[in-house]
Each structure stands twice: as C-alpha cells, then as structure tokens.
Ligand binder design. Structure first.
Ligand code: ATP
Length: 389
C-alpha cells in the first residue's frame, strides 16, 4: 500500500489543507492518507485563545470526512507532549512494515526540514511529498529538494497542486471580523461558530442562510424586516447593532415547529415551562429559538434574552430585549391599525412605545378570546410604573 501522512496543527483545518490532501491522494495514488493533528507542534506555540486538542481533532474529522482514503488519527494527541514526526513515523512504520510511506508537507515545512528532530531517520522511513502553498513556489521546492537528495540521498517528490493561498493564522484573524467562512469547510465553520472558538463571530450572510433554511419561506421577509428594524433601533438607542442583527436574524427560527417538537427542544435546552406554555406552541418558539441561538449558533446571554422574551416581554427588560420586542412589532412588513403611531414612538420614546405595544397585544388577545400571558401583564405594569416614577 502507498500510505500518506499529513501532520499539522490544523488550528483550524482549512480549505488549503483539504484541497492539498485531496489532490495529493490523487497525484501520489495513495491507498490511505493519515491526517495527524499534533498535540503540541515542535516549531511554534499554539495561538492564545485556541480550542483544545480534542476540538482540533473533531474539526479535522469534519474537514476531511469527504476526502477519499483519508483517516484522521488521534495518535499524536493521545501521545501528548510535543509531537515529533520521527516518533509518529516509527509508530506508523511498525504498523505498516512493508508499505511505502509518503510524508506530506507544504513548502514552509520543507525549507526548515533539516531542523526537524532526527530528520535523517525520517528520510530513511519516508519519501517527502511536497506541495506548493502559493503560485510560483515550485522553483524554491526544487532547489531545496535537490539539496536534500544530494546531501542525504533523500527521496523527495514534488506534488503539483493548485494551492489555495491561506493559513490558519490568517483565518483566525478573519473569524473575529465575521469573515472566513469561504475558507473553511462548512461543518468546521459551523462548529467554530457554535463554540465561538477563536473569538469568532458569524458572518451575517452565513447566519441568514442558515436561519432562512429553517423558516417557512413566507416568513423570510418578516425576518429580514425585523433584522433591519432592530439594527436601526439599536443605532437610535445605543444598543449593540451587531447583536441586534444576530437576534433579529434568529428570533423566529423555530416558529414553524409543532408543539411536540417545541417541547422536545425545551427538554433538550433545559427550558422550564409554566402551565400555559406547556399547551400553547406559539409561546414556545421564542424560548426554543433562544435555545438554538445559544447552543447551536453560540449567541451570548444578551442575545439569548432578547430572543427568549420577544413574544411575551417581561418585567425589567434590558435594552436589547426592548429593541427586539419592538423591531418584531413594527418592522416594515407589519400592517395594523396604530402601527404608524407605534413606529413614531419607537424612535422618540422607546418605553412609551413598549407600553403601547404591550397594551395593544393584550387587547388583541382578549378580543380573540385568548388569555394574555401573565408576563405580558407584568411587563405592562412594570413599564407603566417606570414612566410614572
Ligand atoms: P498556522 O497559520 O497556524 O501556522 P497553517 O495554515 O500553516 O497554520 P498547519 O496546520 O501548521 O497550517 O499546516 C499543516 C501542514 O499543511 C503543513 O505541512 C503546511 O505546510 C500545510 N499547509 C498549510 N496551509 C496550506 C495551504 N494553504 N496549502 C497547502 N498546504 C498547506
């Protein structure tokens, strides 16, 4: 068998790694490619704020899942300590005594190869298979390869690939700026956002795409309107506009789910319900939506609260909670008697607007024979007192 070994920190694994692995499997005719995330790289420190080794391993499994003949190995992470390739190759050689081994690496690794621990033993065990990371690197590779061949009788092969010029370092910086999703496999990006590893914040186009896929298509216009209204209100009242957008985009993601699914989600996210909520599916979507926003999209507690309370409101609402409640009420697609007055108030006196909103929704429910939730009654009482006092 021809076996490739592709080690790295994979912090995180990106499109450059995946593309290189796929093309190397083909170019070298590999029967197996072992992807081996290191526990701690010998030549660099793992960047501050990075997730732990188990997380890098799980991202690698997601990243390389669709590449033919690839297997992600826990060998170095299980061994712990600094990960020296020579130790890894000895293990692989023991397991596959008669097979041909190829050690895959990018140009940067080849150029410092003579600094690697016991590099001569590595050359005895494996052929180096080097691929370019940037256009026009082939000459550099050829020069370094010729030198290793001449000095150590090394077996070095150049793998001509169409490289994607990207590094984990670059992506980590992009992630904090709501970018980078196009440089990562979708599953990896989703995991990063879920845990907000690297201080990542979701790109808005990506978040919209995920949220809209969960909606009844008829609801998309409302959600778009709510996001924009929430951003405007946030700007007007000094709330965090980006958090307002995240909350606006996600606030209705479970709206189309039926009562049994709502109850399942409440159980999953540990949401405790009162008597009325247990039977009224409409009241649950804000709570389950908040659960998904927090546990699947990594939203913080402020966004969680804003989504959680957007249907009933409550006493002691914070600024973002008020903004989302109101944005949902007055976004441009809403059309009911009094909406223009409510829109005007929302930008001149937010609390007065909330009072009017609570009152209107209580009246509307009563007129339809529905008992308003006690929290909404409490919210009205609270906002009214606040204005008197
Ligand atoms: P960092 O920016 O954190 O140093 P990195 O992007 O260089 O990370 P590593 O996990 O250190 O990624 O790299 C593992 C292996 O993948 C190395 O052999 C490296 O040369 C190679 N590699 C990294 N990025 C690319 C790329 N864009 N194209 C081809 N090979 C790559």
């Amino acid at each position: 068998m021809k076996i490739g070994i592709f080690g790295g920190t994979f912090n995180p694994p990106h499109a450059g790694h995946v593309e290189a692995a796929g093309q190397a499997v083909k170019a070298l005719g590999l029967d197996r490619l072992l992807i081996i995330p290191d526990a701690a790289p010998p030549h660099k420190e793992i960047a501050d704020g990075s997730p732990d080794a188990a997380a890098r391993l799980s991202m690698a499994k997601l990243a390389f899942a669709d590449i033919k003949h690839c297997r992600v190995s826990e060998m170095e992470i299980a061994r712990g300590g600094r990960s020296y390739t020579v130790d890894t190759l000895r293990r692989v050689r023991e397991k596959y005594p008669r097979d041909k081994l190829f050690l895959l690496m990018g140009t940067d690794m080849l150029l410092c190869f003579e600094e690697w621990r016991e590099f001569r033993e590595i050359l005895d065990m494996a052929t180096l298979a080097v691929f370019t990371r940037r256009e026009g690197e082939s000459e550099v590779i050829e020069r370094a390869a010729a030198r290793l061949r001449q000095r150590y009788d090394a077996s070095v092969k150049t793998v001509g690939i169409h490289a994607i010029d990207v590094s984990s370092t670059f992506i980590r910086a992009e992630l904090t700026q709501r970018r980078g999703e196009d440089l990562l496999p979708d599953g990896v990006y989703g995991e990063i956002i879920r845990h907000r590893w690297y201080g990542a914040k979701p790109s808005f186009p990506w978040l919209r795409k995920k949220a809209y896929a969960m909606l009844d298509p008829k609801r998309i216009a409302h959600v778009q309107g709510c996001e924009e209204e929430a951003a405007r209100l946030a700007r007007r009242w000094g709330a965090d506009e980006e958090k307002a957008r995240e909350a606006g985009i996600l606030h209705d993601i479970t709206k189309k789910e039926k009562l049994d699914e709502q109850l399942r989600l409440c159980e999953k996210y540990g949401i405790i319900l009162d008597e009325m909520e247990r039977t009224e599916g409409k009241l649950l979507h804000s709570k389950t939506g908040a659960g998904i926003a927090k546990y699947e999209f990594g939203c913080d507690d402020e966004i969680y609260g804003a989504i959680f309370w957007h249907t009933t409101g409550k006493e002691n609402m914070g600024l973002l909670e008020k903004v989302i409640y109101m944005a949902d009420y007055i976004e441009p697609n809403r059309d009911f008697d009094g909406v223009e007055q409510l829109r005007h108030l929302a930008y001149t006196d937010l609390d007065k607007a909330l009072e009017m909103g609570f009152r209107m929704s209580i009246e509307d429910m009563r007129s339809r024979g529905i008992v308003p939730h006690a929290r909404t009654l409490g919210a009205l009482e609270w906002i009214r007192k606040g204005q008197v006092g």
